[in-house]
Design a protein around this ligand. Structure first.
Ligand code: NAG
Ligand code: NAG
Ligand code: NAG
Length: 457
């Protein structure tokens, strides 16, 4: 009797131990198939969250957040390119086109009243990623690169000379708290987008803006000579003060943007690689002791379990942007950080031991197999990002651009009210008159709003 109980107990125990072993996602970062399999599991669980959202009738719109749709599609486009798995492509296209906005600049009127420059730029990043990776376009829709150009064209007029001699404010409207701040993610975001547009289109206007944004940032605590990036600085203090929370994604916007500028300038301007190297060095802080200095962590929120949903996605950007950048800068520049991404990917896979299937990811990769107890779309996105970064070397192909096979057609006037090339119906004279009146009304309202914004600022 007793021995039967004991043997049953032992069986249960060993099953448990065995289960512990099978749970989580095994990642061999030196094996492309292993990475692809892991990425498929992670991306599928991410899309389960996406498909289960309350606002699922609106393509690309997530519950209580708009910007994350753009960043999620960006990681999925990378995933498609690196794995060849196209099962999410329809959802990506549908979401991206649905949210492109009335003016093809990712500023849809449903949400634009509460958006910031950073929200908009993440959709621009998704669009330039799609262009660089030749992600399929649909007929009768604006090209991916023209949508990215639309974001650029929408943001450049917001370059604000009324304080700090330049810079983008975080938010756009006078009733938003962020109107009084100039922050790293908005300026670094537009910097990176401009640099990528420069490399893709070879239009020097984008490069001039990238350099201008970099130099302006370097005149404030947002990009210090010590290569420490402040999160925010305020117009009230003429951009002399600094909110110094350290976030991976702030560093990544500037690092990757500088990498694109290095490549665009054929390595002829040392400032760009100096920036990349300096900022990668200060990013050491994101590889804390708790992960043997090898596992990436958003150190401002993870150790205290206080990451909000936005912050849970940041590691996706740091890893995948640097991963793709590794193709366009000399190998030795990124060798060390890419090696750390391998260790991080293994740990991230171990952290994917939660949820009912034992394959949902937490966010604290430094805890490895000890699941942190959280699940969510954002956690999945970050793990997908680091897996993507590790798959890049297997592709060993630079991002495409207009000169090396990029198919997406540039339109420097993207956004700025250019509609998609083919309208649904021929325009009649009556429509034109009506449109003229609407435009006139719009211009008056817009002029009013702008003067109000300037006064409010
Ligand atoms: C704007 O809101 C309407 C009403 O909820 C919705 O039908 C439409 O899809 C939304 N558009 C976008 C771009 O989200
Ligand atoms: C730019 O990127 C390409 C890959 O697309 C690479 O072959 C080239 O060496 C890079 N140029 C520089 C200066 O690093
Ligand atoms: C380059 O971009 C600028 C800014 O969008 C535009 O005005 C200009 O026409 C573009 N030049 C070319 C050659 O496409």
């Amino acid at each position: 009797m007793k021995s039967v109980v004991l043997s049953r107990w032992l069986t249960a125990l060993s099953a448990c131990l065995l289960l512990q072993h099978v749970l989580a996602i095994e990642v061999n970062p030196d094996d492309e198939t292993s990475l692809q399999d892991a990425a498929k599991t992670v991306a599928s669980a991410m899309m389960d969250f996406y498909n289960a959202r309350d606002s699922k009738d609106i393509p690309g719109k997530m519950d209580d957040t708009w910007w994350e749709g753009g960043s999620m599609f960006m990681t999925l486009i990378q995933y498609w390119y690196l794995t060849g798995d196209d099962q999410f492509n329809d959802a990506i296209q549908e979401g991206m086109y649905w949210q492109k906005g009335e003016d093809n600049d990712f500023f849809p009127s449903n949400y634009s009243q509460y958006l910031g420059n950073d929200d908009q730029v993440f959709w621009g990043m998704a669009a330039i990623t799609a262009a660089e990776l030749n992600f399929p376009e649909r007929d009768n829709e604006p090209s991916w690169v023209s949508l990215a150009e639309g974001v650029f064209n929408g943001q450049i007029p917001r370059w604000d000379m009324t304080s700090c001699s330049g810079g983008l404010r975080w938010q756009i409207w006078p009733y938003q708290n962020g109107i009084g701040l100039k922050n790293a993610i908005s300026n670094g975001g537009l910097f990176q987008l401009s640099a990528r547009l420069a490399l893709y289109t070879k239009n020097s206007t984008y490069a001039e803006w990238a350099e201008k944004i970099w130099d302006w940032s370097a005149s404030t605590p947002l990009l210090r000579k010590t290569w420490v990036i402040a999160d925010t600085t305020s117009t009230a203090a003429n951009c002399k003060d600094h909110g110094d929370h350290q976030w991976t994604y702030n560093y990544a916007t500037y690092i990757a943007g500088a990498g694109y500028m290095h490549n665009y300038t054929n390595g002829e301007e040392s400032k760009w690689l100096e920036g990349v190297t300096g900022l990668i060095k200060t990013s050491d802080q994101f590889f804390p002791k708790s992960g043997d200095n090898q596992i990436i962590s958003d150190i401002t929120c993870e150790p205290i379990n206080k990451c909000d949903r936005n912050q849970k996605t940041f590691k996706a950007y740091f890893t995948s942007w640097l991963g793709f950048m590794s193709l366009i800068v000399p190998t030795e520049i990124t060798a060390d950080v890419m090696a750390r991404f391998k260790v991080s990917a293994v740990a991230a896979g171990q952290q994917c031991s939660g949820g009912s299937d034992g394959k949902h990811c937490g966010i604290r990769w430094t805890k490895k197999a000890e699941w942190d107890g959280t699940t969510g779309l954002e956690q999945q996105m970050s793990v997908l990002g680091v897996l993507n970064a590790n798959m890049v070397p297997f592709k060993a192909q630079g991002p495409y651009n207009a000169d090396n096979g990029g198919k997406s057609e540039s339109n420097p006037h993207g956004g700025s009210n250019t509609k998609s090339t083919v309208g649904p119906e021929p325009i009649t004279t009556g429509d034109r008159a009506g449109a003229g009146i609407l435009t006139a009304i719009f211009v008056v309202i817009w002029a009013g709003a702008v003067s109000w914004m300037i006064k409010g600022a």
